[in-house]
Design a binder for this molecule. Structure first.
Ligand code: SF4
Length: 84
C-alpha cells in the first residue's frame, strides 16, 4: 500500500528540477521515495536537520553517505554558499 506523497514535493529541488540527473534515475527515485515512502530519503533527513535552504541541490534521496559527511563536517549551511 502506497504511503502519502512527501510533504516537501512543492519545495524540494530534486522533485522540482531535472537538472543534473538522468530522467530514468529521477523517475525511479521519485517513485521509490517521493511517491511511496520518504522515511529513508537522505534529502528529507537533511531538510529536517538543516532546513531546506541549507541542503545542497545535488544531494540525492539515496545519498546517505553524503548526508553523513555533511553532518560530520558541519558543512550543510555552507554547501549552497550560505556561509555563517
Ligand atoms: S527527494 Fe526526498 S525530500 Fe524531496 S520530495 Fe522526494 S522524498 Fe521528499
Amino acid at each position: 500500500m502506497a504511503m502519502p506523497k512527501c510533504e516537501k514535493i512543492a519545495t524540494c529541488p530534486f522533485f522540482t528540477s531535472d537538472a543534473g540527473y538522468s530522467p530514468e534515475l529521477n523517475k525511479a527515485m521519485r517513485e521509490r521515495y517521493c511517491f511511496t515512502d520518504n522515511s529513508e530519503c537522505a534529502r528529507l533527513h537533511a531538510i529536517e536537520r538543516f532546513g531546506v535552504g541549507n541542503v545542497p541541490t545535488w544531494l540525492l534521496p539515496t545519498d546517505h553517505d553524503q548526508l553523513e559527511a555533511l553532518e560530520d563536517r558541519g558543512q550543510a549551511q555552507r554547501a549552497n554558499g550560505n556561509a555563517p
